[in-house]
Write a protein that binds this ligand. Structure first.
Ligand code: 5GP
Ligand code: ZN
Length: 113
């Protein structure tokens, strides 16, 4: 499949991987918006949250708990962090493989920036 994040998950494209298990892979964003900017994705190709199915319930929960673990490893659990998933055109999604941005290491503004 011609999907950049599937290729990253399959190691066909290099990335700076910070976490991996059978279901999940996480890597540093190419254009970081914060000192910590990790993308956490399922290895399974799901387009975005709207494309997730009831059978993905366990995987979605695992992604959240994995983000919690990576946040601690990245040293932002105590200072705080933001988790974002952009969904569809007006949500600002540019890569059509579901991913969660883990952002931290600076004060995050709301709703943008
Ligand atoms: P979106 O706008 O879809 O929520 O976020 C896509 C993110 O993927 C962007 O923050 C962008 O910098 C990142 N990105 C796009 N292509 C690559 C890539 O090839 N490698 C890595 N590590 N990040 C990428
Ligand atoms: Zn994909």
């Amino acid at each position: 499949m011609d999907c950049i994040f599937c290729k990253i998950a399959n190691k066909e494209i290099p990335s700076s991987i910070v976490y991996e298990d059978d279901d999940v892979i996480a890597f540093n964003d190419l254009n970081p918006e914060a000192p910590v900017h990790v993308l956490v994705i399922p290895k399974k190709h799901i387009v975005n949250l709207s494309d997730a199915k009831p059978e993905d319930q366990q995987l979605l929960g695992k992604l959240m708990l994995t983000i919690q673990k990576i946040a601690a490893e990245q040293g932002v659990a105590e200072s705080g962090y933001r988790v974002v998933t952009n969904c569809g055109e007006q949500g600002g999604q540019t890569v059509m493989h579901m991913h969660f941005h883990l952002l931290g290491g600076r004060e995050m503004l709301w709703p943008a920036g």
